[in-house]
Design a protein around this ligand. Structure first.
Ligand SMILES: NC(=O)c1ccc[n+]([C@@H]2O[C@H](COP(=O)([O-])OP(=O)(O)OC[C@H]3O[C@@H](n4cnc5c(N)ncnc54)[C@H](OP(=O)(O)O)[C@@H]3O)[C@@H](O)[C@H]2O)c1
Length: 331
């Protein structure tokens, strides 16, 4: 099969992803083999391209957001059959979906709702699962007493789905943020009740809106730089959910608020074998919300073809950290 791979970690300027012929993926018992029809491209994958190299003689095949058609099933993957339309993520420790076919554990997939195209479906899995686990954690609801949630980066892939899921599933007052008129308008379109400007002073804007405190902040960008005002804005025993944690994140400002810190890693369940079927079930709920019109796909840029050129364009877009919604490549 054809796949987009590279050997050594590299910068966007030295983009070295190539289309090559690879052996078909080997199926584990719990896997399905999916013919990939559309790929969502994410900033995390561009980051891996810049830091992850193959073992000598090997190659790296990234990509963990797709929609496609099941073409074969492993011995314990009878939940799906050949011909089913599915969407989902994958396992960052295994080969990804920037290929004609991908082997993926059936438990983290769900059926694509009839009304979605493959391109539309591929815009949903990473944002939905990351947002769900960041805000609802391993429960199906917000932590007790959370009525007001601010989503820092409300127009990005995660922020767009977090906003939609909160509005669809809770009564929380949702505050999005953007720094440009287009991103603010998108955050509003996703359902935010109020949209603030993260290019300005958020505390002042909250005060102007008569908002004394936040119960939860979902931070999707530059958390280390913004934790000071986040801690000041949270109420005592409030919650900070972080999806972009890194070594520079100093959480000590949260101490005086006795706040809870929630770290999200979307591959945690599949890597640790911790009830991965929960992710299939979350995506099934997302599918139901799509059918009811309460969650909409977030494709804003469509590229066509499994080629180094389309992938380079997609990497350029996600590395700019200015995405609105999601870039999807149709195969
Ligand atoms: N932990 C996990 O499991 C997981 C899963 C998925 C993603 N992630 C990570 O989560 C982050 C968000 O992912 P994503 O797909 O939502 O990214 P994205 O789509 O690239 O996010 C773009 C958005 O970020 C906003 N933004 C840029 N700088 C900002 C700042 N300083 N403060 C607030 N917002 C800012 C931009 O708004 P403006 O253009 O209006 O400034 C833009 O709309 C990435 O770092 C990604 O790698 C983690």
């Amino acid at each position: 099969m054809k796949a987009l791979v590279y050997e050594k970690a590299h910068t966007l300027e030295n983009f070295a992803i190539e289309l090559v012929d690879l052996a078909e993926p080997a199926l584990r018992d719990t896997d399905v083999l999916v013919e990939v029809r559309a790929i969502g491209v994410n900033p995390g994958e561009a980051f891996f391209r810049s830091v992850r190299s193959a073992e000598p003689g090997g190659r790296v095949l990234l990509g963990w957001e797709f929609a496609g058609v099941v073409v074969a099933t492993g011995a314990s993957a009878g939940r799906f059959k050949a011909g089913d339309r599915v969407y989902g993520t994958g396992d960052m420790t295994r080969d990804g979906c920037w290929a004609e076919r991908v082997a993926v554990d059936h438990r983290i997939l769900a059926a694509v709702p009839d009304q979605l195209s493959f391109v539309e479906a591929a815009s949903l899995p990473i944002g939905s699962l990351t947002a769900w686990e960041a805000i609802f954690r391993d429960q199906d609801e917000l932590p007790a007493g959370v009525d007001r949630v601010l989503i820092l980066g409300g127009a990005g892939g995660v922020g767009s789905l977090a906003t939609q899921l909160l509005k669809a599933r809770t009564k929380a007052f949702v505050i999005g943020t953007g720094s440009r008129s287009e991103s603010k308008a998108w955050s509003k379109k996703m359902g935010a009740d109020l949209v603030l400007d993260h290019g300005g002073d958020i505390a002042e804007q909250l005060a102007s809106a008569g908002i004394a405190h936040l119960d939860m902040v979902l931070s999707t960008a530059k958390t280390s730089d913004q934790i000071g005002w986040i801690a000041r804005a949270l109420r005592p025993f409030g919650h900070l959910s972080v999806v972009d944690g890194g070594p520079s994140l100093d959480v000590s400002p949260l101490m005086m608020k006795a706040a809870s810190l929630h770290m999200e890693m979307v591959f945690s369940r599949i890597i640790n074998g911790s009830a991965p079927e929960r992710q299939g079930s979350i995506l099934e709920t997302v599918s139901e919300l799509v059918v009811k019109g309460q969650v909409k796909p977030i494709v804003t840029t469509r590229l066509d073809g499994l080629t180094p050129a389309t992938m380079k364009t997609a990497h350029g877009l996600v590395e700019g950290h200015r995405s609105i919604g999601k870039t999807v490549i149709a195969i």
